[in-house]
Design a protein. Structure first.
Length: 251
């Protein structure tokens, strides 16, 4: 059955699939806290870093849960505006401060990101073999920032499509974002393979629209066959998996 309809395209999740952080979460948090403290101190805003962090944490969890339940996504700048209003700031300070905070968040994030082993080599090899390639990322970060990440880890040049939940307004596992990604590649979902690290987000959503799934996971444990077609521990295993599903065919 798989040889009658071999895959023509591969979609990748981004975080922990193609890229990861080079420093632990607490170190990233300290780095960002120093930046936020500097911004608040020089902005004239009468807000302590502690108050900012407490309110930010509470609102972030509330927004993630509220949007997530509906399969939706918000934008970081939208969230920061709401956060600063909650902290009782006024315009034009809100706009200026939100922009500076967003820029600091993106700079700290980008500085700590690196590609996972074999990401560049695998993506380049698959593209040269003729597969259409894309990324579907769940993120409140902007589309341009996701593109900067993809350029930093050296895979953007080989991609045909990049779909970001903050731009689309919907997030994985919502089937809508998977179908949009398929349309961007002009390939039916049945001829697309999705590679990701999250069962509840990547594998479940992709399988709902009829895509084949490759679960990238390093730990041992049970593989839920209902939503996972193949389990791998390294991206370099993908080419051999694709061969088992048949050679790509021009249509």
């Amino acid at each position: 059955m798989t040889r009658r309809l071999p895959p023509r395209a591969i979609l990748f999740d981004l975080g922990d699939t193609l890229c990861t952080y080079s420093i632990p979460p607490k170190s990233r948090q300290r780095l960002l806290t120093r930046e936020v403290e500097k911004i608040l101190r020089t902005s004239g805003a009468e807000i302590s870093v502690h108050a900012y962090r407490v309110v930010r944490s509470r609102l972030w969890n509330e927004w993630k849960n509220a949007f997530g339940r509906r399969g939706k996504e918000f934008k970081l700048d939208q969230f920061l505006f709401h956060l600063l209003k909650t902290l009782h700031l006024k315009e034009p300070l809100i706009s200026t401060l939100a922009w500076r905070l967003e820029d600091a968040i993106y700079r700290c994030d980008l500085s700590a990101l690196v590609s996972v082993p074999q990401a560049q080599e695998t993506v380049r090899f698959l593209r040269k073999r003729g597969y259409l390639l894309g990324v579907v990322s769940n993120s409140a970060y902007s589309y341009p920032h996701i593109v900067r990440i993809l350029k930093k880890i050296g895979v953007y040049h080989w991609l045909d499509s990049v779909v970001v939940s903050s731009t689309e307004g919907v997030a994985k596992p919502n089937p809508i974002i998977f179908r949009r990604a398929a349309r961007r590649l002009c390939v039916p979902p049945s001829k697309i393979v999705f590679v990701g690290d999250r069962l509840d987000v990547d594998m479940l959503g992709a399988k709902k629209v009829g895509m084949k799934t490759i679960w990238k996971v390093e730990s041992d444990g049970r593989t839920p066959a209902r939503i996972v077609d193949v389990r791998i521990s390294r991206l370099s295993q993908i080419p051999s998996v694709m061969e088992t599903w048949g050679p790509i065919r021009a249509e």
